[in-house]
Write a protein that binds this ligand. Structure first.
Ligand code: PEP
Length: 273
């Protein structure tokens, strides 16, 4: 039987007001409750919903209050580089404690729209870890035509930049791993385009990252135009360490039926061989 834990994260971005996020969370939790309980989740399958900042508290409360058995957790889509203090509009990682056990850091939309450099991403990683939360570090190339070796080298360098900056900000690689770091490979050209990367590319990235970080058990997720029809294809044989450990889902996660189908497909793929 596989000992691998599959992680599926729904990233709702800024698509919905909090009331609709609560309604969506309710529909997803109702659709998954039985399957997750039967699977022995969270040991085999971990499901996290990442609502907007405004939806974090109401969605987390709903899940705890009405679906405690499902074990679905909440993740933040981002947190601040700043600590708590006089920083208008910021969301310090410390303030997410007790609400979201995980925080997405370095999503390509943050890098693109807010100019987040490797230095900023690393600084945020350090803040998340210092708060005792688990970072989900997004990495991804914008090289749709590149060969696999070029792509792997790009993502390894992007990862190194974030790790080096995190170290300068006070969190060593060992501390990132101990905090439960998960990496999500999200090629920019595959996000929201309807054309996912190939499994071959995603697996090569996972192997390349595990090798450069000397971390055979590093969990690597794939994200970019994942849908129910292809969800199972992302998982190799259960014991194969070249396989991926889960999915980060954007557009499809805004539809309860599509997201539930993705989670069910992942669960089936992680069934004992
Ligand atoms: C994302 O932006 O993280 C993402 C994976 O989006 P989509 O699934 O819509 O490509």
């Amino acid at each position: 039987m596989s000992s691998r834990q599959i992680t599926i994260i729904a990233n709702w971005k800024a698509n919905l007001p909090p009331s609709e996020e609560v309604a969506l969370a309710k529909e997803i939790a109702a659709g998954l409750e039985g399957a997750l309980q039967a699977s022995g989740s969270p040991s085999r399958l971990r499901v996290l919903l990442a609502p907007s900042a405004l939806g974090l508290v109401p969605v987390a409360s709903l899940l705890r209050r009405e679906y405690p058995q499902a074990g679905i957790e909440v993740a933040a889509q981002d947190s601040s580089l700043s600590s708590a203090g006089a920083f208008t509009g910021e969301i310090p990682a410390d303030h997410l404690v007790g609400i979201a056990p995980a925080v997405i850091v370095g999503h390509s939309e943050r890098r693109r729209d807010h100019g987040e450099s490797g230095e900023v991403v690393g600084g945020k990683l350090a803040r998340v870890v210092a708060a005792g939360l688990a970072p989900v570090l997004c990495l991804g190339d914008n090289l749709p035509e590149a060969g696999i070796a070029t792509r792997v080298a790009f993502v390894q360098a992007q990862c190194a930049a974030a790790f080096d900056a995190a170290e300068r900000a006070g969190s060593s690689a060992a501390q990132l791993f101990a905090a439960g770091l998960v990496i999500a490979y999200e090629p920019v050209w595959a996000i929201g385009t309807g054309t996912p990367a190939s499994v071959e590319i995603a697996e090569a990235i996972a192997v390349g990252l595990r090798s450069t970080l000397h971390r055979e058990d590093l969990p690597v997720l794939y994200g970019g135009s994942v849908d129910a029809a292809t969800a199972a294809t992302w998982f190799g044989a259960p014991t194969k360490r070249t396989g991926l450990d889960g999915l980060l889902v954007g557009g499809a996660s805004l539809h309860a039926d599509r997201f539930v189908a993705i989670v069910r497909a992942a669960l089936a793929a992680a069934e004992p061989a």
